[in-house]
Design a protein around this ligand. Structure first.
Ligand SMILES: Nc1ncnc2c1ncn2[C@@H]1O[C@H](COP(=O)(O)OP(=O)(O)O)[C@@H](O)[C@H]1O
Ligand SMILES: [Mg+2]
Length: 256
């Protein structure tokens, strides 16, 4: 397999006067699972958007040595992206298949309604891979949270990217759906570099190759046994974090 690297050099990201990342450097090698953790507002989504070229940054983003900085068209083909779900409703009926088709259709000039055989096969195989082929005709609005996430992962897999970024994929997914999703995400990390963010990463830790802790900057990046330490995490999460038998738990707000 060819080299699979995602590298950031001197990355700076600001919103107006507010600097979120200043001069970050890291190099990730796949395949494997990289868990990005940090409290709400830490900058996890911002980091992903920066990697994907969806916001303006200073510094460089390189994939397999290729400079993709500020090139969302190119980065978007090399990196599959499952955005954070903010509870949005499309407000118009859209089917599972149409969501997956949009990975190709939105890149093309009109007319976009028909697909050549190879593209049709990409779409159908992504639907099968995530086990949503049997509900491909259903409207998105009728799906459970877990099914919905699987549809958006299928969409991200259409170009068979070697890197997959998933932003808080467990949000709005029920416990059984979470177990299925986590299993699928772990499986994918055996052949892809998978970055997954979560404000509570406990379900991913047993398989994580690296943990990246974000809190207005990257405050730690390393294997779980080096990063999952109460001292470090309590600096980031305050009293919402506790570690029991090497398992980290994050509660929303201090409650216990
Ligand atoms: N488009 C934007 N314009 C201005 N500020 C933003 C924008 N997006 C995010 N922010 C701010 O940047 C910080 C990091 O946000 P975000 O990356 O969404 O964090 P996280 O994903 O870790 O919850 C937050 O303070 C947020 O309010
Ligand atoms: Mg976010």
């Amino acid at each position: 397999m060819s080299a699979l690297t995602l590298e950031v050099r001197g990355l700076r990201v600001s919103y107006g006067d507010e600097e979120i990342f200043s001069n970050e450097e890291f190099r990730l090698e796949g395949p494997g699972l990289v868990v990005v953790m940090g409290p709400n507002g830490a900058g996890k989504t911002t980091l992903f958007k920066a990697l994907l070229g969806l916001i303006t940054v200073k510094g460089k983003v390189l994939i397999n040595g290729e400079d993709v900085t500020g090139r969302p068209e190119r980065a978007g083909k090399l990196i599959g992206y499952v955005p954070q779900w903010k509870g949005e409703d499309y407000g118009f009926p859209v089917s599972v298949r149409e969501i997956v088709e949009s990975a190709i259709a939105l890149r093309r000039r009109p007319p976009r309604l028909s697909f050549p055989k190879d593209e049709r096969e990409r779409i159908e195989s992504a639907l099968r891979r995530m086990g949503v082929d049997d509900i491909a005709g259903k409207p998105l609005s009728e799906l459970s949270g877990g099914q919905r996430q699987r549809v958006f992962i299928a969409r991200a897999l259409v170009w068979d990217p070697s890197i997959l970024i998933m932003d808080e994929p467990l949000t709005a997914v029920d416990p059984m759906g979470r177990v299925d999703l986590v299993r699928m995400i772990k499986e994918m990390s055996s052949s892809k570099l998978v970055m997954v963010s979560s404000h509570d990463p406990s379900m991913f830790l047993d398989r994580a190759k690296l943990i990246m802790v974000v809190n207005r900057g990257i405050v730690a990046l390393g294997p779980p046994d080096q990063v999952i330490k109460e001292e470090l995490l309590s600096k980031v999460y305050g009293r919402s974090v506790f570690i029991v038998e090497k398992c980290v738990h994050v509660v929303d707000g201090y409650a216990i």
